[in-house]
Design a protein around this ligand. Structure first.
Ligand SMILES: NC(=O)C1=CN([C@@H]2O[C@H](COP(=O)(O)OP(=O)(O)OC[C@H]3O[C@@H](n4cnc5c(N)ncnc54)[C@H](O)[C@@H]3O)[C@@H](O)[C@H]2O)C=CC1
Ligand SMILES: O=C(O)[C@@H]1CCC=N1
Length: 274
């Protein structure tokens, strides 16, 4: 995997997180190039990771094996128009991180007959704690699949889905998911303040509790439901809090939120593929 040259076109929040994770995992920085519209953030990325940077998408496509399309879905058509001829000339592996846009749309925008892997990563990739879903079109070879998988595994876990529509489900759960936990942290800190803690104490207790709970859930074989039961003493304090969450319909609310994110992915794909 470490022989492949990787170009991140539109290296903002998400691709910056993947690059940071790859560098932390020991990927050779001289084999990574990032492009972006403005020079200042590119210079920062170069100083931070010692990677190559460029503002020339076409020349960058020409000189790399794997092209990661990192722009917002709304900017993707313009980027594909710009690089199409070069993609047809050098036929690199294309990896998209964009929400919604299908592999078929991307392949068509790039002129057809292109190996496209659609991924849905998340920003904890930066800490090699990412979660990525992947789907490959039928032009992708087994060795290209293995390369994309090992690249994303370097930033966390990487799981393939066999039906492309499941990429919307992945987006609803793990692509958007870090924001749900951040929202919970914000809400819990505020609640801590409402029962008298200072903002700093409420913040520290909230974040350490989130970290501890996530580590217990991921580092043991015990299911989250059982871990929850072990905190919830019959007739005790937690029981009252859990009852309050259940009465407020937390499970149903999560289902609605995940579906809203997934549906927006489908909607974006339809809106943008004109
Ligand atoms: N932010 C997140 O948590 C996640 C984002 N994604 C996907 O990642 C993609 C990017 O999202 P973010 O990183 O949040 O956006 P961002 O706005 O931080 O990064 C995109 C970058 O692309 C640059 N750009 C736009 N057009 C360009 C062009 N033609 N050439 C070079 N650079 C160009 C922009 O200036 C910007 O710096 C989106 O498609 C999104 O759906 C996927 C999973 C999670
Ligand atoms: O909010 C978004 O559209 C992107 C995709 C998943 C996470 N962030």
């Amino acid at each position: 995997m470490q022989n492949a040259t990787l170009a991140f076109l539109g290296a903002g929040n998400m691709c910056g997180s993947i690059i940071g994770g790859l560098i932390a995992e020991g990927y050779p920085p001289e084999q990574i190039t990032a492009t972006r519209r403005s020079e200042a953030p590119l210079k920062e990325m170069q100083a931070q990771w010692d990677i190559q940077v460029s503002s020339d998408n076409i020349a960058t496509v020409a000189s790399h094996d794997v092209i990661i399309l990192g722009v917002k879905p709304q900017m993707m058509k313009e980027l594909c128009d710009q690089i199409r001829d070069q993609v047809q000339a050098s036929k690199p592996l294309i990896i998209s991180v964009a929400a919604g846009l299908t592999a078929e749309t991307l392949e068509r925008w790039l002129g057809g007959d292109v190996a496209v892997i659609r991924t849905m990563p998340n920003t904890p990739s930066l800490l090699r704690c990412g979660a990525t879903g992947l789907f490959a079109n039928n032009k992708v070879s087994e060795s290209q699949k293995a390369l994309a998988e090992s690249m994303m595994q370097a930033t966390g876990i990487a799981l393939w889905v066999d039906k492309e529509e499941l990429m919307e489900a992945v987006t609803g759960v793990s692509g958007s998911g870090p924001a749900y936990f951040f929202l919970m942290m914000e809400a819990m800190q505020q609640a801590g303040e409402s029962v008298g803690l200072t903002p700093e104490v409420a913040r520290q207790l909230t974040l350490q509790t989130a970290l501890g709970a996530a580590r217990m859930a991921t580092e043991s074989d015990v299911e989250p439901a059982e871990l929850r039961r072990r905190v919830t003493s019959p007739g005790g304090t937690t029981e009252q809090a859990i009852r309050t969450f259940n009465e407020g319909g937390l499970t149903e609310l999560f289902e609605k939120a995940v579906k809203a994110s997934a549906n927006r992915g489908k909607e974006l794909a339809e809106l943008l593929d004109q």
